[in-house]
Design a protein around this ligand. Structure first.
Ligand SMILES: Cc1cc2nc3c(=O)[nH]c(=O)nc-3n(C[C@H](O)[C@H](O)[C@H](O)COP(=O)(O)OP(=O)(O)OC[C@H]3O[C@@H](n4cnc5c(N)ncnc54)[C@H](O)[C@@H]3O)c2cc1C
Length: 395
């Protein structure tokens, strides 16, 4: 027998074994391994077949939802690339820490843009000064509550409504679309609680003096009846071959199916009203199937100005669900920023001039409380004034 050196042996063998034994051993291993691999492969294939028959995206999300709730579903959607998770998708300016050491920046305007600039630049070491004409930060991002006074150019108004936590009006911005990821990211970072805002209400009423005798009409009736009429007309045109030059025979068939579904047409492609518009007499149990609203006359719909923008208001990407708002008023966002950068803001100072100098910029402003003019020198200026304001600034 040939003795094999120890190093060729199976690790479990502490001493050498003879050649034949070793070959037998290897053969057995190979056969066992092959069988094992084949079995694993078969099992794997079986699993994939069963899994694919049962698992689709919807099922997966459903299971994730059951296990982890909405947040888990949203995170999964985000991971799969189907949805940009609002608060996590935000990519902020990546300024290296300390990159702004020794650099002065004058920020003109203490609205959200000015405060965001101050926040990010300060983190990178820049020395920022924010000049704000009003006695508050936030600019257009503002909320009014009972007793608040609003100074207009030529007058002053006081809000006469009751003072209560949830009684307020946002005279400027009120809605945050779900894809405004940067702003949502800051809300998350600063702990501003958000809630959903109902931006389009199909149960609300439209009113136009020129149509329906000035009577208000429910949004969902206007929307669905308008769609129904358009769908029926299109179906008629297609059925009478009026669009043969535009669409192929195959597309024609599909288009008819589409308009039927789109406009809630009946089997003859006629619009006879739809439950989508809701019920005049609500549905009940047993013999009370409910009474649908009658269809609104097309001529009145056409006369009204509803279709100019109200009908498609909620379709715009900036207006479509899901829209969010800070709980307690839009100024919660301004206040949150102010908590971060308030110490950098000079309030009640009105900028009148922006000048370039050899070292950077010179800002001329007036301190409104003392009516004294002053200047601020900086290496850079960031101007966040609206253009309608900037046009009157000497620069
Ligand atoms: C009625 C209305 C509704 C809106 N609705 C929405 C909405 O729902 N959702 C949304 O995302 N956006 C909305 N917007 C837009 C949003 O409000 C603005 O895009 C945002 O607030 C602009 O922020 P800003 O910092 O760039 O400007 P501003 O908020 O205008 O800030 C500029 C700052 O400069 C100050 N300033 C002006 N002149 C001088 C001066 N000479 N010297 C010193 N300081 C000065 C002002 O006092 C102000 O604080 C709405 C706007 C309005 C007016």
């Amino acid at each position: 027998m040939i003795r094999l050196p120890i190093y060729l042996c199976h690790p479990t063998h502490k001493v050498g074994i003879d050649w034949l034994q070793f070959l037998e051993f290897l053969l057995a291993k190979v056969v066992t391994t092959k069988v094992a691999i084949a079995q694993i492969k078969a099992q794997r294939q079986k699993l994939i077949t069963v899994w694919s028959a049962f698992m689709n995206r919807r099922t997966l999300l459903n299971l994730v939802g059951r296990a982890g709730g909405t947040a888990a579903v949203l995170t999964t959607l985000n991971a799969l690339g189907f949805w940009n998770s609002a608060a996590t998708a935000s990519k902020r300016p990546q300024l290296a820490a300390g990159s702004g050491e020794g650099v002065k920046v004058a920020i003109l305007g203490g609205g959200l843009a000015g405060m965001t600039a101050a926040y990010e630049l300060t983190k990178a070491g820049y020395t920022c000064t924010v000049l704000e004409a009003r006695d508050r930060a936030g600019g257009r991002c503002w909320t009014l509550r009972g007793g608040d006074t609003v100074a207009e150019i030529d007058s002053q108004q006081t809000c006469p409504f009751e003072i209560a936590e949830d009684l307020y009006i946002n005279p400027g911005p009120a809605r945050i679309p779900h894809h405004h990821t940067h702003l949502l990211g800051y809300c998350k970072e600063f702990g501003v609680p958000l809630q959903v805002i109902v931006n389009e209400n199909r149960g609300a009423y439209f009113q136009d003096d020129e149509a329906f005798g000035g009577q208000p009409m429910m949004n969902r009736r206007v929307v669905n009846d308008t769609r129904g009429y358009i769908a029926e007309l299109l179906a008629k045109a297609v059925s009478k071959n009026a669009l043969d030059q535009e669409i192929s025979e195959e597309d024609k068939e599909q288009l008819l199916k589409l308009v039927k579904s789109f406009g809630a047409l009946d089997k003859d492609y006629l619009y006879k009203g739809t439950a989508r518009s809701s019920y005049k007499q609500p549905r009940g149990a047993g013999l009370t199937p409910g009474e649908r609203y009658e269809i609104l006359p097309m001529s009145e719909l056409l006369k009204s100005a509803f279709w100019e923008y109200k009908l498609q208001f909620g379709e715009g990407c900036d207006q479509a669900a899901t829209m969010l708002q800070p709980i307690g008023g839009m100024d919660q966002i301004a206040k949150a920023f102010e908590r971060q950068v308030g110490q950098l803001i000079q309030y009640n100072v009105e900028v009148s001039q922006i000048r370039k100098t050899s070292a950077g910029v010179q800002i001329v402003y007036t301190d409104k409380t003392t009516a004294t003019p002053a200047t601020l020198e900086a290496n850079f200026a960031i101007c966040t004034f609206p253009l309608s304001v900037l046009k009157d600034i000497d620069c």
